[in-house]
Ligand binder design. Structure first.
Ligand code: ADP
Ligand code: MG
Ligand code: MG
Length: 251
């Protein structure tokens, strides 16, 4: 599914190396978590995978089902089945949520060479997805994220994810200041969307999130590298002992 090899990334603006050889393989249907101290490069990794400007890949590769994603523009990444949870957190006054979702779904279909969904089919599709995630249809009528509470934005993000039916979902929850309720929403959404053909990479600062989303694999990132990989017990170890012991072990 997702294979990252020896990924080196630096800032475009200044000569600063941030990722210093990241290796990571996420198999089909697996849920991986990345934890690590602040400033270790977790968000940079998700930005680079999303194709955000300002970062330069100086070495290494990232492929999704064998296809080089670093070479794709954001639409192509979405068409290939990659979803990044922070892709659409912006407020868009004047654009109804329903219109927005339909545009996202249809541009993905277009990039795949598929026909657009008719208005009727789309309505059925979005209602089904909203219902299965227990999302109030009222939210579909409002402008995208405008005046949404933190929880509503999270719900909307999960709905976007459900609508695009991605193969690989990357969630960076590190800096979003998740409260307990939002954390529950995210984890319920992820758990509802878990399936054999869909993988998740959940980036988080908080062990608590992993109480709700049971990861198959946990990685610890520090100073631009993955310094340790293990099972869910690794997240508990970090919660109990912090990162100091792990960092000392590696040093
Ligand atoms: P994390 O998500 O693990 O907290 P980040 O990926 O946000 O880490 O940041 C990794 C390092 O790269 C930090 O030292 C951060 O200050 C630096 N960094 C990331 N993006 C930029 C940027 N656009 N300009 C300057 N420094 C940056
Ligand atoms: Mg940070
Ligand atoms: Mg971050």
């Amino acid at each position: 599914m997702l294979e990252i090899k020896n990924l080196h990334v630096q800032l475009e603006e200044e000569d600063k190396q941030i990722l210093k050889g990241v290796n990571l393989t996420v198999g089909a249907g697996e849920v991986h978590a990345i934890m690590g101290p602040n400033g270790s490069g977790k968000s940079t990794l998700s930005y680079v995978l999303s194709g955000k400007d300002g970062y330069e890949v100086t070495d290494g590769s990232a492929t999704l089902d064998g296809a080089d994603i670093l070479d794709m523009d954001p639409e192509e990444r979405a068409a290939a089945g990659l979803f990044l949870a922070f892709q659409y957190p912006v407020e868009i006054p004047g654009v109804g949520n329903m219109t927005f979702l339909r545009t996202a779904v249809n541009s993905q279909r277009k990039a795949r060479g598929e026909e657009e969904m008719s208005a009727g089919d789309f309505l059925k599709f979005v209602r089904e997805k909203a219902k299965s995630l227990k999302i109030d249809a009222e939210m579909l009528k409002r402008p995208v994220n405008v005046g949404f509470s933190g929880g509503e934005k999270k719900r909307n993000e999960i709905l976007q994810m459900a609508m695009l039916e991605p193969k690989m979902c990357i969630l960076d929850e590190t800096d979003s200041g998740l409260d307990v309720d939002a954390m529950k929403l995210v984890s319920e959404g992820v758990n509802a969307l878990r399936s054999e053909g869909r993988s998740f990479l959940v980036i988080t600062h908080y062990q608590r999130l992993l109480d709700h989303i049971k990861p198959d694999v946990v990685h610890i990132m520090a100073d631009g590298r993955i310094i340790k990989t293990g099972g869910p017990e690794l997240a508990l170890e970090v919660e109990n002992n912090g990162y100091a012991d792990l960092l000392a072990e590696v040093a």
